[in-house]
Ligand binder design. Structure first.
Ligand code: UT7
Length: 323
């Protein structure tokens, strides 16, 4: 018998306010056409004033628990991937824990920017495989609208707010079962590239800052590193790209998504794409795409999925899941 972390629930939440590209034309030297053609983004959601990351995360978690047919106290651990927590501490994860009414187990945040959800899944998988937790709620939630420089057209048109969540459960997989669950993980970071994507302020430096990005440099690293990490993870699960039913990529730029699929020799028909509706929601983008992909009827039980993401650090990685 092999133990696996199996997905038993998924959900997401998007703030009510939808901001089309045209809104930026009023304040910046930009156009709907530039944003669409360079990034694939058509609109994004922004959180309301007073609506914080833990609020978005709680909504997504509630939806995932309902999908799993579970209640908060069935969960042993919450891992929340975010770079935009409500406060410096406590973690946004403990805020979600309290709001869900979960009075047992433990909760913590993971910060690996856009790769955060992949890192969180890897942590959840390790907790389950080691026997430390039977059920883990893994959330990606962000309010990147709060760290935008609204005068910088090269960044502020790209990001959005949102949250997505999965419930993972330890299952004993017998020889005759479909081999569901997390099958392999590949994580990487290289701090030499930290100047390519960062926030120029923080607690220890006693400053507040905004997101800064050398977009075209990040772009160059992205296609190459994403295809490689996806293929490495697939290989360690005993598969190749041709076995994949769905790539569920981090949704930063349609050209990166297309370039990665092409490098892996896969058609865009095998890719879940939500970037047009959500923009780049950092750690929330993969669980959002998983949830939307399932709701659209694209992702079905038994499908072989590879998720991949890259972001500030640089930090990147991939997870192979049999859904
Ligand atoms: O999720 C974390 C990881 N992040 C990413 O994966 C983002 C990676 N990067 C990208 O998605 C792309 O590099 C961008 C969408 C950010 C930019 O696309 P690009 O094709 O790499 O354009 P560029 O940065 O090379 O800029 C081309 C031109 C520049 O003008 P000049 O210097 O050629 O005159 C920019 O100033 O486009 C200009 N530009 C804009 N023009 C209109 C930059 N932003 C805008 C804008 N509207 N919003």
């Amino acid at each position: 018998m092999t133990k696996r972390a199996v997905v038993v629930g998924v959900g997401h939440y998007l703030p009510e306010r939808v901001v089309p590209n045209s809104e930026f034309e009023q304040t910046l030297d930009t156009s709907d056409d530039w944003i669409k053609s360079r990034s694939g983004i058509e609109r994004r959601h922004f959180a309301a004033e007073g609506e914080n990351t833990s609020d978005l995360a709680t909504h997504a978690a509630t939806a995932a628990l309902a999908d799993a047919g579970l209640v908060a106290d069935d969960i042993d651990a919450i891992i929340l991937a975010t770079s935009t927590a409500d406060l410096t501490f406590p973690s946004a994860a403990t805020m979600v824990q309290a709001r869900l009414g979960m009075t047992r187990g433990f909760a913590f945040d993971v910060q690996a920017v856009c790769a955060g959800f992949v890192y969180a899944l890897s942590n959840a998988n390790a907790l389950i495989l080691s026997g430390q937790a039977k059920r883990v709620l893994v959330i990606g939630a962000e309010t990147f609208s709060r760290i935008m420089d609204w005068t910088d057209r090269s960044t502020c048109v790209l990001f959005g707010d949102g949250a997505g969540a999965l419930v993972l459960e330890a299952n004993e997989i017998g020889e005759n079962d479909a081999d569901r669950g997390i099958l392999a993980v590949d994580l990487n970071s290289d701090g030499r590239y930290q100047d390519l994507l960062y926030v120029d302020g923080g607690v220890s430096t006693q400053t507040t800052g905004f997101l800064r990005m050398q977009g075209n440099q990040v772009f160059r690293h992205a296609v190459e590193k994403l295809a490689k990490t996806a293929e490495t993870a697939l290989e360690s699960a005993g598969f190749g790209p041709s076995d994949v039913d769905w790539i569920v990529p981090h949704q930063a730029n349609i050209r990166i998504i297309q370039g990665t699929a092409k490098k892996m020799g896969l058609s865009m028909e095998k890719v879940v794409v939500t970037v047009q509706d959500h923009g780049n929601t950092s750690a929330a983008s993969i669980p959002l795409a998983l949830s939307v992909g399932k709701a659209r009827g694209q992702i079905k039980s038994g499908d072989l999925i590879v998720t991949e993401a890259i972001g500030g650090g640089l930090a990147w990685g991939a997870v192979v899941i049999r859904w």
